[in-house]
Each structure stands twice: as structure tokens, then as C-alpha cells.
Design a protein around this ligand. Structure first.
Ligand SMILES: [Ca+2]
Ligand SMILES: [Ca+2]
Length: 363
């Protein structure tokens, strides 16, 4: 694995101090001709060094001085102030490689698909659980440590990625997406080759997780919603189950959302089905205002029991990731309703005494 050292040169002065080893890469920013001196203990006069500015790699101009190596950087000739030096790259490395690895296979949940770098899965009640791809590079080894997987731009933890090398130049990568919320999503898995350019194969999988089952559809008989209080101008509760939950803009008013009074104490929304239902999850779509979703951080879902309430879901201590919606799952209970109780101060980070909801669904 090559090291990478960044230096900033602002004037014609030799800059020393960064230690480099075999196969090291040095990045420098200089707008005027400069020299850079690096300690290079044990290096031989036959060191292979390449320099790159605006175009491809070319042999670098350097001299040895004791245990230092001195490079002359000429941004004018290289066509760029962003200069990279590659010192003694391994013999197998094709440093001029500008081609990303090839996608050799793709499976979603074990089902083979055409090996295309953008896949639209459409909509369904379940999100894909695993994405598995095969990659091979024609010019270089793969960088097995370069694998990155994201869901909606957020990196998935390393524990959800498994890389199985085939040979130096090929690998199979499996990514487990974990729990995925309702809504439209984009999962991206990428792997780079070992060239200095780190050419990257990127595979995007797009899908929508949609479940039309919803006990709170306003057309269902007996469905009724009540709340603890309302923010002035947000008294109309039809916004809680009118189906409008995704919207743009800065105005999140009562035509799409309901908000509690903004005051200390718990806030709650109570829903009644009008008949017993087997309930296992409640999804809340959060109000979007001021460029953020107002995702409550501390709440409980409670089921009616013996004239009182029994808590079936409690927020994790770390709260909820801020996003368009949150699904609270729990062991199924047969009930004719439920309520969502936000703790005192358990609202979104910016307005903790407010509960602000665009839509509630229950299944
Ligand atoms: Ca390549
Ligand atoms: Ca709504």
C-alpha cells in the first residue's frame, strides 16, 4: 500500500521533513518553480520516480544528496500547480492506467441481474437485503481496501461489507444494507484499482420501498386521530393521514402537516382504527422545514391495555437518524389503536419542545 504525503509550497524554498518510503506518493501544490527535499534513507541512485501535473506520468527530475532526494517541481512545464510524485512504484503497477475495473457480475438477494452499473429495481414492500458484485481490473491489481458502500450518500459500516479476493485483479464484494426505511433510495457500491489514479468502478442500485398497507387511510371506517395540543394554525388533523408526506420548500403548514403546541411537557398523537388490528409497526413522516426534517428524538409507541397504556416501542438512547421518515417496529399486538408520545424535550434537535409530523402510517 502506497503512502501519501501532502506538502504545500508557496515560494522557491526546498521543503524537507516528510519521510517517504518505497512506492510512496507525494502530492505538492506549488504555483512557482520549487524544490522539495525528502529524507530517503537507504534509497538507491536507481530509484524510479515519476511526476505528474496536468497530463500523464513522466520521469521526474531529481538528484540524490546524501540521504535526501531533491525534486525540482516546475508547475509551468507540468501545466498544473497540483503536482504528484510517485517514488519507486512496484514493478507490477501500470501507472498509466485510466480504466476502472469491469463489473463481471451482479446479484441482488442472490438473484443474478444483467451486469450494469445502474440498476432500477422499481418499488416493492421490501428493500433489497444484499448486493453482490464481481469486479476485475485488466491493467492492475484491485485495491481490496478501497471498497465503499453508501445508502443515500451515507457510508455503510465496514461490518456490512465483505470482500472476497479472487486473484490479485478480481474480487467479489457483498454488501448487506440492513434496515432500510420506506421511501426512495440509492445504494452505491464501488471498488478502485490499485493505480495511482485509483480508477473506480461504481454500481448504483435504485429502489423504492413502498407498502400500501396502512390502517390509518382516511377512507377506512372508524379511523380517528386525536392530539395533545396544536400549534396555532395547525389545528386541522386531516394533515396527519391525508397521504401528503413528501414535499419541497420552506413552508410546511397545516395543509401537509400537524404540529403540537411548542411548550414543555410530553406531546402525543393518538390513533384509533375502529376495529382490532394486528399492529407491528408505526411509520412517522416528519415535517420538513428550514432545510431539515424535524425528526423527533425521544418518544414511545404505546398500545391500549386495561384502560391504560403499555409501551411497545421506546426510542434508542442515541435518538433517531434525521430523515424523511422513521418506522418504529415491535412484536405484533392486536389492538384497536395506539399512541405516539414524545418525551418532554424529545423533539427535533433545533426545536425539542415541538412535535411536528407530516403523516402517520400503521401496519
Ligand atoms: Ca484499471
Ligand atoms: Ca400529511
Amino acid at each position: 500500500m502506497r503512502g501519501s504525503i501532502c506538502v504545500l509550497i508557496a515560494c522557491i524554498l526546498a521543503l524537507a521533513g516528510a519521510t517517504t518510503g518505497l512506492g510512496a506518493e507525494v502530492r505538492a501544490v506549488c504555483r512557482i518553480p520549487a524544490e522539495i527535499a525528502l529524507p530517503c534513507r537507504g534509497a538507491s541512485e536507481t530509484m524510479r520516480v515519476f511526476v505528474r501535473g496536468n497530463s500523464g506520468w513522466q520521469p521526474a527530475d531529481y538528484t540524490m544528496a546524501g540521504e535526501r532526494v531533491i525534486f525540482r517541481l516546475r508547475p509551468g512545464e507540468l501545466g498544473s500547480s497540483q503536482i504528484r510524485l510517485l517514488i519507486d512504484p512496484p514493478a507490477w503497477l501500470d501507472i498509466d492506467d485510466i480504466t476502472p475495473p469491469t463489473l463481471t457480475g451482479l446479484k441482488i438477494d442472490g438473484q443474478p441481474l444483467a451486469a450494469e452499473t445502474t440498476v432500477h429495481l422499481g418499488m416493492g414492500p421490501d428493500a433489497p437485503a444484499t448486493i453482490r458484485l464481481g469486479a476485475r481490473d485488466a491493467e492492475n491489481r484491485l485495491d481490496f481496501d478501497s471498497v465503499v458502500a453508501t445508502l443515500d450518500g451515507v457510508a455503510l459500516p465496514a461490518g456490512s461489507i465483505t470482500v472476497e479476493p479472487g486473484d490479485d485483479r478480481s474480487a467479489s464484494v457483498e454488501v448487506r444494507l440492513g434496515k432500510v426505511e420506506y421511501g426512495t433510495h440509492r445504494a452505491v457500491v464501488s471498488i478502485a484499482d490499485a493505480s495511482p489514479q485509483a480508477n473506480r468502478l461504481e454500481v448504483a442500485v435504485l429502489f423504492s420501498r413502498v407498502d400500501m398497507t396502512n390502517y390509518l387511510l382516511p377512507t377506512l371506517p372508524g379511523v380517528k386521530l386525536t392530539v395533545s395540543s396544536s400549534f396555532p394554525g395547525y389545528e386541522d388533523l386531516t394533515a396527519l393521514n391525508d397521504g401528503r408526506k413528501e414535499f419541497d420548500g420552506v413552508h410546511c403548514q397545516n395543509d401537509v402537516s400537524w404540529a403540537s403546541a411548542e411548550q414543555p411537557g410530553p406531546h402525543w398523537v393518538e390513533a384509533r382504527f375502529g376495529q382490532p388490528r394486528e399492529l407491528k409497526e408505526v411509520t412517522v413522516y416528519w415535517a420538513f422545514y428550514g432545510s431539515t426534517h424535524h425528526t423527533s428524538q425521544k418518544l414511545q409507541v404505546q398500545a391500549p391495555e386495561g384502560g391504560g397504556w403499555r409501551t411497545v416501542y421506546t426510542s434508542p438512547t442515541e435518538g433517531h437518524p434525521v430523515g424523511p421518515c422513521t418506522t418504529f417496529s415491535f412484536p405484533a399486538v392486536t389492538v384497536d389503536g395506539f399512541r405516539i408520545v414524545q418525551d418532554d424535550g424529545g423533539g427535533a434537535a433545533g426545536r425539542p419542545q415541538l412535535m411536528w409530523i407530516a403523516e402517520v402510517e400503521a401496519r
